[in-house]
Ligand binder design. Structure first.
Ligand code: ATP
Ligand code: ATP
Ligand code: MG
Ligand code: MG
Lengths: 224, 224
């Protein structure tokens, strides 16, 4: 479903040139649960941004179901992104003055009737244990509660692929494992592809495959 | 050195009343390395904000070296905070268009000569492995690199007390343990008090004492 071929990403700054990704080859099939591990700065978020069509590689190919993403216009890429992907960003990207319920409703705005939208958003928040924080704004929520709002938002449109960048980073182990159970259920029951960045091995092992990055290269790729 | 007596924090919102902290009694001696654990939403950041004089309790007493913090004016509290505490915030609070070096220099602005400031800031960044990212702005840094800039910034003024809220949340295990070694060295060699929130038990156990919060109450307090 997803193929990266010889993918490279180079950032040029005044200070220096950073080879964030260095000739990555990676195939991800539909319905796979994949974890990505690696040291801080090894290129995980950069890889997720390219997978999610939020950023373009410097060279190499990115094919989704055989379609070359670089052949699309910005508009076509944005539409593909909205149709395929749900994101949990490493820094959540919640909107400051919107309640948890409104944040989670937002991706549904173009899709369905008003009453169903609120219900779906409430159900997504309930699945991450936040039903009693629905009307709170981000600055009234703890770090882990904000992270869970971001997770609920990624689930609500039933995307084909969920890209989750450190989704349990701010969560205690019990809450983190509840989130992993949700992702596993989405893979096993709905056939959704989940690609998860984490630095915790016991979280990575909820997946069926773990790849490890180092200095922008894939140094290991294992079934678990 | 630090005494909390019958400390309570209540948030009132339109939606509901939250008892974030519920009659906390806690004594922390100078030069102690203390970890605080507990579920997402259990009150850890609220406790850290009160300890760091960033927020006031709803009731109860907070004494620092016998001084009742509530007896101070806002100015006096701000000055005490600047003199005593170094912070690593759960969401880092980096300044958007400033380089890593400038961020870490900032707390030194009122303290020492210009040339020493840059050197001290560079040394703090080197201790967290970021010497080759000194001139990068936050949006050019990975999540874990941003977290490490926040850590370096907390160290640079040699505060008496470091309040670190999930300082390894975005770091792989190797990098996380390097940070813990830095904190441990500050406690053992410089007699600095380190109060650390974490949800990872193997990180909490670098400290000598672990307290656990649940629903705003201390439910356990153990030597490790
Ligand atoms: N400004 C506020 N108004 C209303 N409620 C708040 C406010 N700030 C925090 N809370 C609530 O107080 C509780 C404790 O929050 P706190 O940030 O201390 O939790 P925490 O233990 O740090 O959680 P986490 O591990 O997720 O960071 C949460 O349930 C949160 O919703
Ligand atoms: N816009 C940018 N300009 C320059 N360098 C960048 C930019 N964005 C990222 N980098 C660099 O690219 C490297 C990889 O960054 P990336 O965010 O992918 O790391 P990561 O593996 O997600 O790290 P972490 O675990 O700390 O989140 C880092 O060394 C970072 O400094
Ligand atoms: Mg990252
Ligand atoms: Mg917190």
């Amino acid at each position: 479903m997803i193929e990266l071929k010889n993918l490279t990403k180079i950032y040029k700054t005044d200070a220096e040139t950073v080879n964030a990704l260095n000739s990555i080859d990676l195939d991800i099939s539909s319905g796979q649960f994949l974890s990505i591990m690696g040291q801080s700065g090894s290129g995980k978020t950069t890889l997720m941004n390219i997978l999610g069509c939020l950023d373009n590689p410097s060279s190499g190919k990115y094919l989704i179901n055989g379609l070359d993403v670089s052949s699309l216009s910005d508009d076509q890429r944005a539409r593909l992104r909205g149709e395929l992907f749900g994101f949990v960003f490493q820094s959540y990207n919640l909107i400051p003055r919107m309640s948890a319920l409104e944040q989670v409703e937002l991706p549904l705005m173009y899709q369905i009737e008003n009453k169903d939208r609120k219900l779906k958003a409430a159900q997504a928040l309930e699945s991450v244990g936040l039903v009693d924080r629905m009307h709170f704004n981000p600055n009234q929520l703890s770090g882990g509660q904000q992270q869970r709002v971001a997770i609920a938002r990624s689930l609500v449109v039933n995307p084909q692929v969920i890209l989750a960048d450190e989704p349990t980073g701010a969560l205690d182990s019990n809450t983190g494992e509840e989130i992993m159970a949700i992702f596993r259920e989405l893979v096993e029951i709905k056939g959704i592809t989940v690609i998860l960045v984490t630095h915790e091995l016991h979280i990575a092992e909820f997946a069926s495959r773990v790849i490890t990055l180092k200095d922008g290269l894939i140094i290991s790729d294992k079934k678990v």
